[in-house]
Design a protein around this ligand. Structure first.
Ligand SMILES: O=C(O)[C@H](O)COP(=O)(O)O
Ligand SMILES: [Mg+2]
Length: 425
């Protein structure tokens, strides 16, 4: 039949236009399919084709994508299964500023399409038009200086543990102990939102009261990453409450809420001047299998476009969670992309003071370091745990070794006795 078949979606001589969105995938073709056929089906299904040949006719506008490179392995992920392909998407295929629409193309049906046994969206090259149709971060890493007046060290956060079950009063007291011990930010855990044992609004008010007390006593600015994650309308309500009670941040779990909701929250946060801390619970459902899904690198790109200010990007393999290329992802979050503000990377998940030198050697100091168990599990409690983490970070910023600092910081010495420099599981 005349018309469009999937074979029309590959052209190895195609030179992408500057306005094209170029996606790098790794694919494993289904049995009986060549990689060229599978690449064509990827380009077809993710743009304007389908399994059947289609007629062209009056009113038809070609929004077809083009698979234009096969097996180049430029991403350096050659150890992963499958073959690297590149697909170029025309600008007109996309609704500017709509992340859900873009993802329905480049990470939509193709993720479950039988023409491929597996498919991994590894990387995207975002063109200027699409990039600047998004707001990007409002503050990015400027939060360090703007909120905390800190330029020479990472900012520090802590999540009270146990992660759920503490009463509002105890949660806020744990915050006070941590803030006065030297951390900058109290952070809610991902599964603490608005439960009966610790209701959202009570927690907001009581924690900020303790925040103010700690700021007064230490003479340092302090803030709170309160978890507003919920349905979108409820999130907006919570964002408004956070602003009216005088906090600087909200925390949103960006994968579980979805990017459309994050886009809506980002708009409200701009009106209210609030920064967004992005937690990434459930990201590993997309990115943990190196041969399938959507890479953390792409999730981080999306987070920057839609405009979060801080994003968890892993611990360079030092903590309790599996990590994909933290250093490369952080570099992408900092590089210039058509004038978007950067994003402050957050290292979190199984960190403790003994890991600080290796962590900061890899990430640099323009980051946020979060430790939950690595503070509250300190043998002498939260306050000493916070002092130990702050001592480790201050030592690093001053070019001093942990061992030398431990001689003058009993809290740090105890932490090192307890956990050494080992990576937990
Ligand atoms: O939400 C987080 O970042 C985690 O709760 C980290 O907790 P941990 O420092 O105890 O691993
Ligand atoms: Mg957590």
């Amino acid at each position: 039949m005349a018309g469009i078949t999937y074979e029309d979606f590959i052209d190895l001589s195609y030179d992408p236009a500057a306005a094209d969105l170029v996606c790098t995938f790794r694919i494993e073709p289904a049995a009986g399919m060549t990689v060229e056929e599978a690449a064509s089906r990827v380009a077809s299904e993710s743009s304007n084709g389908t399994w059947a040949a289609l007629p062209t006719g009056e009113g038809f506008t070609d929004m077809g994508a083009t698979a234009f490179a096969i097996g180049d392995d430029e991403s350096g992920a050659a150890d992963s299964a499958g073959t690297e392909i590149k697909v170029a998407y025309p600008e007109g295929l996309f609704e500017p500023g709509s992340m859900p629409q873009i993802l329905s193309c480049i990470a939509g049906n193709i993720m479950g399409m039988k023409a491929v046994d597996s498919i991994r969206l590894a990387d995207c090259e975002w063109p200027e038009g699409l990039t600047t149709s998004f707001p990007g971060p409002q503050f990015g890493s400027d939060v360090r200086e703007e909120i905390f007046g800190v330029a020479d060290r990472p900012i520090l956060a802590t999540v009270p543990k146990p992660k759920v079950g503490l009463s509002t009063e105890t949660h806020a007291e744990v915050g006070y102990e941590a803030w006065t011990g030297g951390v900058d930010l109290l952070k809610d855990d991902e599964n603490l939102t608005d439960q009966a044992f610790n209701p959202f609004h009570d927690r907001l008010v009581e924690s900020l009261a303790q925040r103010d007390r700690a700021a007064e006593e230490t003479g340092e600015p302090k803030s709170y990453l309160i978890n507003v994650t919920a349905g979108t309308n409820e999130m907006l309500e919570r964002v408004d409450q956070v602003a009216s009670e005088g906090c600087e941040y909200v925390m949103v779990d960006v994968i579980t809420t979805g990017w459309a909701a994050v886009q809506t929250v980002r708009e409200r946060c701009e009106e209210l001047g609030l920064a967004i801390h992005a937690h990434r619970a459930m990201h590993a459902a997309f990115d943990r299998l190196s041969h399938h899904g959507v890479s953390m690198r792409v999730l981080a790109q999306i987070a920057r476009l839609v405009g979060v200010d801080q994003l968890h990007t892993g611990t360079v393999g030092l903590g309790k969670l599996a990590n994909e290329d933290t250093v490369g992802i952080n570099a992408w979050l900092r590089d210039d992309h058509y004038g978007l503000n950067d994003v402050l990377p957050v290292a979190s998940g199984g960190l403790h003071p003994g890991l600080v030198p290796d962590l900061l050697d890899a990430t640099g100091t323009n980051v946020c370091v979060q430790a939950g168990g690595g503070i509250h599990g300190h043998p002498h409690g939260t306050h000493e745990g916070a002092k130990a983490l702050r001592a480790a970070v201050d030592a690093y910023a001053a070019g001093r070794s942990l061992e030398a600092k431990a001689e003058e910081s009993p809290a740090l010495a105890t932490a090192i006795d307890e956990w050494g420099t080992e990576t937990p599981r």
